[in-house]
Design a protein. Sequence first.
Lengths: 395, 137
Amino acid sequence: MEAFLQTLIGIWEASGFNAFFVDDGWKYALMIAISCGLLYLAIVKQFEPLLLLPIAFGMLLANLPGANIYHPELWVLTGDGIDYGAVLHDGGVLDILYMGVKLGIYPPLIFLGIGAMTDFGPLISNPKSFLLGAAAQLGIFAAFVGALAIGFTPQEAGSIAIIGGADGPTAIFTTSKLAPHLLGPIAVAAYSYMALIPFIQKPIMRLLTTKKERLVRMSELRTVSKTEKIIFPVMVTIIVSLLIPDAASLVGMLMLGNLMKESGVVERICKTAQNELMNIITIFLGTTVGATTNAESFLNLKTLGIVLMGLVAFCLGTTGGLLFGKIMYIVTKGKVNPLIGSAGVSAVPMAARVSQQVGQSEDPGNFLLMHAMGPNVAGVIGSAVAAGVLIQMLG
Amino acid sequence: MKELISQMSTLEIGIIVTITGIIIVFAMLILLVGVLQLFGYVSESIQKAHAKRADAIRTAAMAAMSEDGNYFDDKTVAAVVEDNDGLSEEVVAVISAAVASLYVNSGRKPVIKAIKKSSSRRTAWSNAGIADNTRAF
């Protein structure tokens, strides 16, 4: 009888439930509750479910005491760098998959799929949209200063600031290079804010524009030839990669995907990039990024700072795009609707859709969607360039 | 760069990175604007040249048609229109212009004797499919 009881006690002590009552074990329980909350947002409220669901579940897996699916101690930087041999020998499934994040492989592959699904026609027909895409990146640099002011290191501040670009893969790519220990909270913040775009942007758009400006109807865009759409990705890759080499992997893969789509001669692999490849990488990226959000790295004041500064970066990015849109409205004597400026953040196509919705709420006959798509896709390139600059200066 | 940054104070880092970053992002995208606008200008010029050439061929065909009344006369047109319900004078003109454009630079002047609808109930694609499937081995 005693042996039986001892066995039961032994099983209980080895279980994860017991770990909740030992030392700071309550933090694991809290993280599991947070992951369940994020799962609720992803499934019921449909906040960016494609990424938030695997991130939330990765968070859940990483915070199950004793499960050892992910080993944060294997990824601590030592004098000799990361011991990948130990990762391969002692790592769990999420450690092996996490190598794709650590080595900067997954975000460029996501960009490959994004490029294969993006139409750059509205941007090519109205190249001035690039300026709105650039203006929206002002939020990144303003948030960088703010993050430095509240005590983050320059590398941490750069990783937090890139949230303002509203581009998940870029945020993950930059953070994995500059501040990998903040990857979990930054990824959760970035994707949560992307899902909240309609709620965050609309009040700012109404505040910074007048009714007269919102009513502007823009002239029809010119038709873009197939030749232009084929030459565009090659040209952008050469120009950007030669000037900012650190942006080459993101911009290059984005343009490769786009070239595959526009050339029309590689339909099979284009379909793979749009579907199967994107889906596989999304699963691996989301789950492993979520797994980095263990209790020690997530439940601290830094996470609160990341959440707040991320929101500031996002708002400032929207503001920068809108203000530049107003400048273009004045310079063109009322031909440009400033609302399309807010689409300069690179959350494609949600930000463009928000511009359309706000414009249409004032004038049901005003169709701004294709005009807003220009700055929207320009923002993808702009945020990749900004990330390249930050990595080059701070990495 | 990293050594330079590590020697600066937090304020200096903030200012330098912000100003440099904004300038580089804007400069890069302004460069892309310039290249794209130049590219668009060249592309539009080529497209206009193509359209102009196509117009010239069409105009020459129409001019050749109207100069030489042998292409079709009112009697032929009336007969065609009468024979074919729903075949309007405009359709006759389009078909005639298409025929004329084929011969415009050949020096030959075709004469359209009649325009009749095909009596086959099947479409051209159906006929091609049947022909393909029933071809002798």
